[in-house]
Design a protein around this ligand. Structure first.
Ligand code: IFM
Length: 484
């Protein structure tokens, strides 16, 4: 009698041949060298100097000093074995005032990086905008001004002309929700504006900038794959009560549908247009033809996923307590009237984010059924934990290995469900500047000693190198070296 075939849970999870294993970073979070070689100020240089805006008054002035240590970081990637590196270009290095001729020394840095990657057989995945708007453009309204979308298109033309031949794939924007809603809605991110109507206008101008960038890229690099990276989530009603179901739908509208619908269906969701109808300027900035531009066909969708959200209606905090939920996490957008709740007993990361990989599978399956069958790249996934260097000089971040392991199994489940996931990028290669939380949160698979800049690969780096080498993750409960 022949033995029954092993299930993936028993045999391990193998990924399709050619699966694009990678790791990701962003310019302001790692580069430092804030005024080197003609770089102009960005909104994050300004915002991080505002008292109380960033934990400990931290700034990206030095960060990981990647600008000067790029060769060392390329070596780390080579040893890791990644097939692709996702990085962003700092617009203020290329156009210090956000417009006009290119700053050649800024371009030279990225040329060196891209050539270094190619020499090591690592595909450059280039993000054109990861939140560091030139301050000079913010002074003229930033993303609340339509002109910024045009300036972005000009900048994209400069970068694509200079680096086009060597870049493997292009990402127009990283997480435009954060730029619009944290930057102009809650004010927790640069430029620190708290005005819902301006956040809605910024949403539209960011998406318009994306559409214009796609047009420019199609002309400059016709054969290169182009996509956008969205931070998407799942919003689960805390109870079946219709009020909570409606609240979850509002949260979903703001985070997911406000971006997925215009990009893939060429329209803004009606309930969100209604919700923001009295906010000025809001979506009154939309002009004829804009949505066609925004819905320009793409080659892939980049998805950043970290955690799921449990949602109840803001008026139901008593019921939330009765249902056993902990203290609601702060209400970031009072107009949405949602409580974001922590599931009792759940594991959380040092960001306070709930660990639940099933949300990633759920999200990917939904994208396929409701929005697009395009190939999907997981352009970010990872976790911050309270890492430390132990007396033996090692960082044994087994919680991160577990997190990554569970999320890779979730990706595998999505593949089994027919979703075309073509790659996965760990956030992040290096510990880095975590925006308003400064250097207090460590997401890296490589430890960075910020006073000296020294790098130390963590246990999760070795674990991930092994996953890449085998194109597979082990079965659950078999995570290699001394797990948990
Ligand atoms: O560090 C950020 C990154 O810049 C964008 N996505 C989420 C990460 C973790 O918060």
């Amino acid at each position: 009698m022949s033995a029954a075939p092993l299930s993936p849970a028993e045999a391990g999870y193998h990924f399709p041949p050619g699966f694009l294993w990678g790791t990701a970073t962003a310019a302001y979070q790692i580069e430092g060298a804030a005024s080197a070689d003609g770089r102009g100020p960005s909104i994050w240089d300004t915002f991080s100097r505002r008292p109380g805006a960033v934990w400990n008054g931290d700034t990206g002035d030095i960060a990981c000093d990647h600008y000067h240590r790029v060769d060392e970081d390329l070596e780390l990637m080579t040893r890791l074995g990644v097939r692709s590196y996702r990085f962003s270009v700092a617009w203020p290095r290329i156009q210090p005032d956000g417009r006009g001729p290119a700053n050649q020394r800024g371009l030279d840095f990225y040329r060196r990086l891209v050539e270094g990657l190619r020499a090591r057989d690592i595909e450059p995945t280039l993000t054109l905008y990861h939140w560091d708007l030139p301050q000079a453009l913010e002074d003229q309204g930033g993303w609340t001004a339509r002109d910024t979308a045009e300036r972005f298109a000009d900048y994209v033309a400069v970068v694509s002309r200079a680096l086009g031949a060597d870049v493997a794939r292009w990402i127009t924007l990283n997480e435009p929700w954060c730029s619009a809603w944290l930057g102009y809605g809650s004010g927790r991110h640069a430029p620190g504006v708290a005005d819902i109507g301006r956040a809605a206008a910024a949403t539209h101008h960011l998406l318009l900038g994306h559409g214009r960038a796609v047009e420019v890229l199609r002309a400059a690099v016709p054969s290169a794959p182009v996509g956008i990276t969205l931070n998407l989530g799942v919003h689960r009603p805390g109870t079946p009560d219709p009020l909570d179901v409606a609240a979850a739908r509002r949260a979903d509208g703001n985070l997911n549908r406000l971006f997925l619908e215009p990009i893939f269906h060429g329209r803004y969701p009606e309930d969100m247009l209604q919700h923001y109808r009295d906010d000025e300027p809001g979506f009154s900035v939309v002009r004829d033809g804009d949505l066609d531009q925004i819905a320009a066909p793409l080659d892939f969708l980049g998805v950043n996923y970290y955690f799921p959200d449990t949602i109840m209606d803001a008026g139901r905090s008593h019921e939330a307590r009765v249902a056993g939920y902990g203290v609601p996490l702060g209400e970031q957008f009072p107009d949405l009237r949602v409580l974001s709740l922590e599931t009792p007993g759940s594991d959380t990361t040092s960001m306070g984010w709930e660990v639940d990989a099933s949300g990633l599978t759920e999200l990917l399956v939904r994208i396929k059924s409701e929005y697009t069958d395009l190939p999907i790249l997981i352009t970010e996934n990872g976790a911050a934990f309270d890492d430390y260097v132990d007396p033996n000089g090692r960082v044994l971040d087994h919680e991160r290995e577990t997190y990554l392991h569970e999320h890779l199994v979730a990706v595998h489940d999505a593949l089994d469900a027919g979703v075309r996931v073509i790659g996965y990028f760990v956030w992040s290669l290096l510990d880095n500047f975590e925006w308003s939380l400064g250097y207090s949160r460590r997401f890296g698979i490589v430890w960075v000693d910020f006073p000296t800049g020294a790098r130390l690969p963590k246990a999760s780096y070795d674990w991930y190198a092994d996953v890449i080498a085998r194109n597979a993750v082990d079965k659950m409960g078999d995570l290699g070296e001394g797990p948990r």
